[in-house]
Design a protein around this ligand. Structure first.
Ligand SMILES: [Zn+2]
Length: 176
């Protein structure tokens, strides 16, 4: 699995924004946000790179920011590919919603608005927020959309889809 870097476009100041996305199918014993045991799950990781107007992606010295810089993606106005013009809000929402989906401190029953250290234990399971990294499995339609948007390599997508089918986990059984 490799990170795919996509040039999204330029800001009004001419800065260049790149989006980096990686999917992986991990084989680990973990627990889902619904307290189901998992042996295999898909992870999505996204980050951005903003480069100065005359800078190059190959030379780190021209990097203005990188990492969780969603605010820079929202500033892009001049799109390399017209497909992305209408998709920025979707890119931002996928990024905000699914980045590090295997590092959730709270379960599905705990208030997302409360900070993890002030959260009451889960009323269904007694789970204490922050006591584990829970997994929120990525739905197939989200994975498919990430691929349709050209954000991940075809080979990685194909492999993850194949491994998701091959590994039986509660989500795929529920969908079947
Ligand atoms: Zn719970």
């Amino acid at each position: 699995m490799t990170t795919k870097r996509v040039f999204i476009g330029r800001t009004p100041e001419g800065e260049k924004f790149y989006l980096e996305t990686e999917v992986q199918q991990k084989e680990e014993y973990r627990t889902s946000i619904n307290h189901e045991p998992l042996e295999s799950f898909t992870t999505l990781s996204m980050s951005g790179v903003l480069i100065s107007k005359y800078g190059s992606i190959a030379r780190d010295g021209n990097w203005i920011s990188c990492g969780q810089n969603l605010e820079n993606l929202k500033r892009v106005r001049d799109f390399r590919d017209s497909d992305y013009r209408g998709s920025v809000s979707e890119l931002v929402s996928i990024w905000e919603r699914w980045h590090l989906n295997d590092l959730k401190a709270k379960c599905a029953h705990q208030n997302p608005a409360t900070s993890w250290d002030e959260c009451e234990p889960c009323s269904a399971s007694g789970y204490r927020a922050g006591s584990a990294w829970l997994v929120e499995e990525i739905p197939s339609e989200v994975l498919n959309r990430v691929y349709e948007l050209g954000l991940i390599h075809t080979g990685d997508y194909a492999r993850v889809v194949m491994e998701r089918v091959a590994t039986s986990h509660p989500l795929s059984e529920a969908q079947a």
